[in-house]
Design a protein around this ligand. Structure first.
Ligand code: NAD
Length: 473
């Protein structure tokens, strides 16, 4: 049983003023594995005050000093990789197969951010003005439970690189990952007050960060629904916001796609991380005349996606995170059936023998039409909807027929044609044949998938204010 009853404020582990205690539940077993004491408004204000004070000196640190901090953080998290992987598995059911990819990219991101800031030009000459990019101030960071650690580390790396200080409100469901990263911050000797961590609920800590006048910017990752609440609240004090929100990502299979590659990839893109990825390719858009072939191949490929204990090396799909999430996914599966989609695989209830956790049957629907709820709303569980098209124009139209625009996927053996289609897709990221972009490429959403970008130069610029000085010596 892990007892997490400390916050991290001004470089110290402190007891919260908050007294509410929340159970931490392992979604694979429904067992209570820990307890976290939640922060309250006073704790949040203490953290903001510490970050405000630290900013006065931190904003003047040299790029070299900040680059060294990123290096130390990289080394600290690398040394804790195994514990972090375990936390991913026991805290939200990530699989032993998937967890290392999260910890790996997070560690690498510290080094990439270090390289980015070392090469970044903080001063430019524009006409007769000297343009200086300065750190914004205290940044409030609010993160979701799915890969909470990855979002915390990417945001705090950018803040440190820019010379900002931060108050982080991680998901209250991810207190074990949060505790580990806090220990890494301490071990890496990050100056007191630069990064403060207050685990608590959105309604209490998140709301205090959103309304507080000393927060200059909010970097939020989470649902579109909560993103809108934060954006509205931030307006009162004119905070900058970056919002990394939900998605309903299309995956277009062009007529010439190699189905032996494209079909297993489509399942992986939708079912990876137990279907709980903002970028999940949940709408598979296939040529009408290849539907039967795709259905048969998808059903066959599903056998190689073992659902079960996430600790086992060959498990591809673990549980969803909470009872609430389980109920929500079941509701969507029921809706798919009621609204007339064809159930190809999966369906309601637990997979056989897995009633002891929040396990969902990976589900594939075909003959899904654009107006169906399962084609429109983010499910955040392993549910794939197959839609069909007659022409490529129609495929693009279906892909763009969504309020979201986070990611999109295209499978084709004709890279020129795939690139042309990519240029017509309304989303922040497009991957052709599953090729992942470089980690320093910008990541973020079009439309209601968000505002702003993370990673690399684009991510760093979000944390900087722009000043034009003229008439200088
Ligand atoms: P969520 O929006 O429910 O919660 C996210 C965070 O916001 C949590 O820390 C929560 O406590 C906090 N919060 C809740 N209410 C708040 C309020 N009123 N004021 C301030 N903070 C508040 O999301 P979740 O269920 O934790 O995560 C899943 C969602 O996150 C999905 O929609 C997914 O697509 C999205 N997501 C997006 C990205 C991306 O990069 N675009 C990445 C991961 C997850």
């Amino acid at each position: 049983m892990k007892i997490i009853d400390q916050l991290y404020i001004n470089g110290q582990f402190v007891k919260p003023h908050g007294t509410e205690i929340q159970d931490l539940i392992n979604p694979s077993t429904k067992e209570i594995i820990g307890k976290v004491t939640l922060a309250n408004e006073q704790d949040t204000r203490d953290a903001i005050a510490a970050a405000k004070k630290a900013f006065k000196t931190f904003k003047n640190t040299s790029v070299e000093e900040r680059a060294q901090m990123l290096q130390r953080l990289h080394d600290a998290v690398l040394a804790r990789t195994e514990e972090l992987n375990q936390a991913f598995i026991e805290e939200y059911g990530s699989t032993a197969m998937a967890a290392p990819s999260f910890t790996d990219i997070s560690a690498k991101n510290f080094l990439l951010t270090k390289e980015t800031v070392e090469e970044f030009e903080f001063t430019k000459q524009i006409g007769t003005a000297k343009v200086v990019l300065e750190p914004l101030g205290v940044v409030g960071m609010i993160t979701p439970w799915n890969a909470n650690y990855t979002y915390i580390t990417s945001k705090l790396a950018a803040a440190i690189a820019a010379g900002c200080t931060a108050v982080i409100k991680p998901s209250e469901l991810s207190a074990i990952q949060t505790r580990l990263i806090t220990e890494c911050l301490h071990e890496a000797n990050i100056p007191a007050g630069v990064i403060n961590i207050v685990t608590g609920t959105g309604a209490v800590v998140g709301a205090e960060i959103t309304r507080h006048p000393d927060i200059a910017m909010i970097s939020f990752t989470g649902s579109t629904q909560v993103g809108k609440i934060i954006a509205r609240g931030a307006v009162d004090t004119m905070k900058r916001v970056t919002l990394e929100l939900g998605g309903k990502s299309p995956n277009i299979m062009l007529d010439d796609a190699d189905l032996n590659h494209a079909v297993p990839l489509a399942l992986m893109l939708c079912f990876g991380n137990n279907g709980q990825t903002c970028m999940a390719g949940t709408r598979l858009i296939v040529p009408e005349h290849r539907l039967e072939e795709v259905k048969a191949m998808a059903k066959a490929a599903l056998h190689s996606f073992k659902v079960g204990d996430p600790r086992e090396a060959d498990t591809a799909i673990g549980p969803v995170v909470t009872q609430k999430q389980y109920d929500n996914v079941q509701r969507y599966i029921r809706l798919g059936i009621e609204e007339g989609a064809e159930l190809v695989a999966g369906g309601e209830g637990h997979p056989e023998g897995l009633e002891h956790g929040y396990f969902v049957k990976p589900t594939i629907f075909a003959k899904v039409t654009r107006n169906m709820t399962i084609a429109k709303e983010e499910i955040f569980g392993p549910v794939l909807s197959i839609l069909t098209y007659k022409t490529e124009e129609e495929a693009v139209e279906i892909a763009n027929d969504t309020i979201y625009g986070l990611a999109a996927y295209i499978s084709s053996t004709n890279l020129k044609k795939a690139s042309q289609i990519a240029s017509q897709i309304e989303s922040g990221t497009v991957m052709i044949n599953g090729v992942m972009g470089d980690m320093s490429a910008p990541f973020g959403g079009f439309k209601q998938s968000g505002i702003g970008r993370e990673f690399g130069v684009y991510g760093l610029e979000e944390y900087l204010e722009t000043k034009a000085i003229s008439g200088y010596e």
